[in-house]
Design a protein around this ligand. Structure first.
Ligand code: ADP
Ligand code: MG
Ligand code: MG
Length: 869
């Protein structure tokens, strides 16, 4: 293969091979912009080097040929004593990893060529400054010497002077000191041979792909670890030749707000790395207009050219050598979520892109960011600890440790933060009442995290440094800080920070816009414009998972076209728990029927509210799903209570304890739940179906869909379906009957199951857990961190759909289900329904809709459009 490309041979689309920096240097060269000549060694050579521990055959020769070309073009030889060519050796991967890998400048200098450089430039100081920079960068990067050693020596020499105040004699001394450090640390001389310098630098840049900080960065940014970096060898241009020289960085518009204008920093008499290192204070780019008007105008012209060419915000690095401008880097620049929406919309106005492209340029994660309130930055914040950023937002409130207390205080208008070791379904009321949830245990898919995200509630979970003592009513933070119930804390679900006391927040105008259509800022106008277009191009419908009329109404305002999942189990908690207990304790038929009869009107009222909120749109109601014992008291607590009371224990408690023991399961997730429960407890499902039918009869334009959970065999479904159909026929109500696909067997026998189901809804939480054979509640904190480190998966399969495994089961069900029943309706109602990548997958396999929590509905709308484009 060809391992080396001269800049004119590449272009911006060759990023895989040439890296982002190399591809864009090539592009700029071909645009006729002033780029110093050079060449790029491919990522393929890097991958070979990293896997074999040596350079691929033929690479040295190929590099030699391109170097000779470069020398001919420049009329100088690399490191030649009289008039040396110098080069930089620069990393540059497919995805930008700012500052994570290495670059060495001024390759080619040694004791002889430094004199030639001084003479040719007529500037001794500049030459020695360049030499000391080479020793410093080469020493640290290539030879692995602690950078502190060089900096220490430099600082000692400088005293309270600036680096530009060092004179020739100082710099000559510094070079000697640096060479001494190299000798000291490596036991050999600094390599004087320019070609050896270059070879070693190339190898060091390749190796820097696996530097610990690069590895960490990639994991965070989800950049694949096998790509490798390219190396760019670029003829040096010098910003450190005096006051008519300098170096800078710039953006073609403001990456923070998206506003057009001149944004950048400039540093006179300096080389590139000084700007980032903060050696001296930079000046705003505007000041360049006074310093060097000609270069300034040329730079603005080039920035305009780049924006038009890339049709996007670009960032650039440039250097001015004695009044001559050189472009050293460009790329489509990173930006804040706010800027992303505004720029996309502005570029449409400017005629550079169309609305399709504008929608492609933004994403659901950015949108989520814009929807949450933020803590305003400010001094005096006291950070207690940092946990996992489970659900974004900024929440401040009084600490409470129980659901009941949360409800109580919140009822009085007090914002509260519910703090628990971990949450369970019983905490739901408290979570709803609280403005934020903080736990010391559990990962991003723990109960607290999942439920909070679903509700759009701020949550920091797994803050392991906190010692939460619910019974004593306090938690202890590092440093022994004790926070009592009633104390105020602030939690940032965006970065996981936990603060003591109140931190001021600013509300999100974007959330307000979704909530009630409030227009206003340019940002909101941009979001509105892009969302409207998104809705016009997407094929997937978007529904919401909502259990209450309030949630349903909100989801509808957020753009949901129906409910894809109403979980009825939440309707059995709270005050109604006693009725459920009665149902379980019932020994005679009449007792059971009495309990069911008491529940039915309550259920009917629940469904009536939902049909009203979703008038004219489908409402999918899942019949009761979780194991019955979840509605019963805790086994240990009840045993203790009964034991302590002895013979005085109330009869009801004794019977309850018997029932709890009887119903206790080793693996509740694989136990008596879903359709199994419906078949085991006669009358339960029938009661729910009757409630649905009654509610539908009394509603305007209801579209009920009855969904049976946890079906694994068509026989299970048939029994329930037949009974439900009978009730519907008796009441004269029209409703669809369908099933969840969440047990692998259901996916595998979907051809049969479709005979009895009018719709499938993929319950991908359970389907993931059963396909992998791990329990979501247990594995996250136990070993997911390790699995992510080891690369078993790049992201938790509970966060983003596992396309190959779980996704394959879904494909089978889609294909075989539709073969049986061509008009089978297909949707998804697991957590994944609001995850961007999973939405794309659902589009690809041809589902009809995704259903997600109300707060994620806008995200799903946007991502469904991006999937369709
Ligand atoms: P990074 O990816 O960390 O920005 P770069 O490879 O871009 O690293 O280089 C670091 C600094 O050195 C940048 O400021 C860049 O502009 C500057 N630089 C790189 N090559 C040259 C060169 N040939 N002449 C002058 N400055 C250079
Ligand atoms: Mg750079
Ligand atoms: Mg399920």
């Amino acid at each position: 293969p060809k391992y080396v490309y001269d800049f004119p041979e590449g272009n911006k689309d060759l990023k895989d091979l040439l890296g982002g920096k190399g591809a864009n240097l090539a592009e700029m060269t071909n645009l006729g912009l002033p780029v110093p000549p050079g060449f790029t060694i491919t990522t393929e050579a890097c991958r070979h080097y990293l896997s074999h521990g040596r350079m691929p055959d033929g690479l040295d020769e190929e590099v030699a040929v391109h170097l000779t070309d470069l020398e001919v073009r420049m009329g100088k030889r690399l490191g030649e004593a009289a008039d040396p060519l110098l080069v930089s050796v620069r990393s540059g991967a497919r995805f930008s990893m700012p500052g994570m890998m290495e670059t060495v400048l001024n390759i080619g200098l040694n004791d002889q060529s430094v004199l030639g450089l001084a003479k040719q430039a007529g500037n001794e100081r500049f030459a020695w400054d360049s030499y000391r920079r080479l020793l410093q960068m080469f020493g640290r990067t290539v030879l692995g010497i602690d950078g502190e050693r060089f900096e220490g020596a430099l600082d000692a020499l400088k005293g309270d002077r600036e680096d530009v105040d060092l004179d020739v004699a100082d710099l000559v001394r510094l070079v000697e000191t640096f060479k001494g450090i190299v000798r000291d640390e490596t036991g050999r001389e600094f390599p004087a041979d320019p070609r050896e310098q270059m070879r070693l630098a190339v190898a060091a840049v390749f190796s820097s792909w696996n530097a610990p900080r690069a590895v960490l960065y990639r994991r965070q940014e989800r950049i694949p670890s096998g790509l490798g970096t390219a190396v760019n060898v670029v003829a040096m241009v010098f910003g450190n030749m005096g006051h008519d020289s300098g170096t800078g960085v710039a953006f073609t518009r403001d990456p923070g707000t998206g506003l057009p204008g001149v944004y950048g920093d400039y540093l006179q008499n300096a080389q590139g790395e000084d700007v980032v290192a903060g050696i001296r204070n930079t000046v705003p780019l505007q000041d360049l207009e006074a310093i060097d008007p000609k270069s300034y105008r040329e730079l603005l012209g080039i920035m305009a050219t780049l924006e038009t060419h890339y049709r996007d915000l670009c960032d650039i690095e440039f250097t001015i050598e004695r009044g001559r401008l050189w472009m050293l880097q460009t790329r489509v620049g990173k930006r804040t979520p706010e800027a992303a929406f505004r720029i996309a919309s502005q570029l449409v106005d400017e005629g550079l892109i169309d609305l399709d492209e504008a929608v492609r340029r933004v994403n659901g994660d950015q949108l989520v960011h814009l929807m949450f309130p933020r803590f305003s930055a400010g001094p005096g914040r006291r950070r207690l600890t940092t946990g996992m950023n489970a659900s974004p937002g900024a929440a401040t409130g009084r600490v409470v440790f129980s659901s009941a207390r949360a409800v109580e205080l919140a009822a009085g208008g007090e914002p509260v933060i519910l703090v628990r070791r971990e949450t369970n379904p019983d905490d739901l009321a408290g979570m709803i009442a609280a403005v934020g949830v903080l736990t010391s245990r559990g990962g991003k898919t723990s109960h607290a995290a999942v439920v909070a995200r679903g509700m759009g509630k701020t949550c920091v979970c797994g803050a392991e440094e906190l010692d939460v003592d619910v019974h004593a009513g306090h938690f202890t933070a590092p440093g022994g800080v004790v926070v009592n119930e009633g104390d105020v804390v602030s939690i940032d679900g965006g970065d996981g920070a936990v603060y003591l006391g109140e931190v001021p927040v600013v509300p999100s105008p974007v959330a307000r816009y979704f909530e009630d259509g409030t227009a206003g800022s340019e940002l909101v106008a941009a979001v509105d414009r892009l969302m409207r277009h998104a809705d016009s191009v997407r094929r997937l419908d978007v529904r919401a998972n909502a259990d209450t009329p309030e949630d349903a109404a909100r989801a509808r305002r957020f753009g949901a076209r129906g409910i894809g999942l109403c979980r009825t189990e939440h309707m059995f908690l709270g005050d109604r728990r006693r009725l459920v207990e009665d149902l379980i304790l019932a020994s005679a038929e009449e007792e059971r029927q009495a309990a069911l009869d008491a529940l039915e009107p309550l259920q009917t009222a629940d469904f009536t509210g939902l049909f009203a909120a979703m008038e004219g749109l489908p409402v999918t109601i899942r019949l009761i799903d979780p194991p019955l014992h979840e509605f019963l008291p805790d086994l240990t607590e009840l045993s203790v209570k009964v034991a302590l009371a002895g013979s005085a224990a109330p009869e009801r408690d004794r019977r309850l304890l018997g029932a709890v023991r009887r119903l206790h399961e080793q693996n509740p997730m694989l136990g008596l739940r879903g359709v199994r429960l419906g078949l085991a407890v006669p009358g339960l499902f029938a009661m729910q179906v009757r409630a649905i039918a009654t509610a539908a009869r009394h509603s305007a334009d209801p579209h009920a869909e009855i969904m049976i959970p946890l079906v694994g065999a068509v026989q299970e479904l048939e029994i329930v379906r037949d009974e439900a159909a009978r009730i519907l026929a008796e009441t004269g109500v029209d409703a669809r009957i369908g099933t969840m696909i969440e047990v692998p067997r259901a996916a595998l026998t979907s051809a049969q199951i479709a005979e009895a189901a009018e719709f499938f809804s993929f319950g991908t939480n359970d389907l993931t857990q059963m396909t992998w054979g791990f329990s979501r509640d247990d594995v996250e904190s136990a070993f997911f961190g390790r699995y992510l480190d080891l690369g078993v998966f790049g992201v938790s399969p509970f966060e983003s759909l596992d396309r190959e495994g779980v996704g394959r089961l879904m494909r089978i069900a889609v294909e075989e289900g539709r073969r049986t029943r061509p008009d089978l309706k297909l949707g998804i109602c697991g957590e994944h329904g609001g995850d961007p990548d999973s939405v794309h997958f659902c589009h690809e396999i041809g589902l009809d809709y995704v259903s997600c929590s109300p707060f994620r509905v806008p995200v799903a709308r946007l991502e469904a459009a991006r999937a369709a484009l």
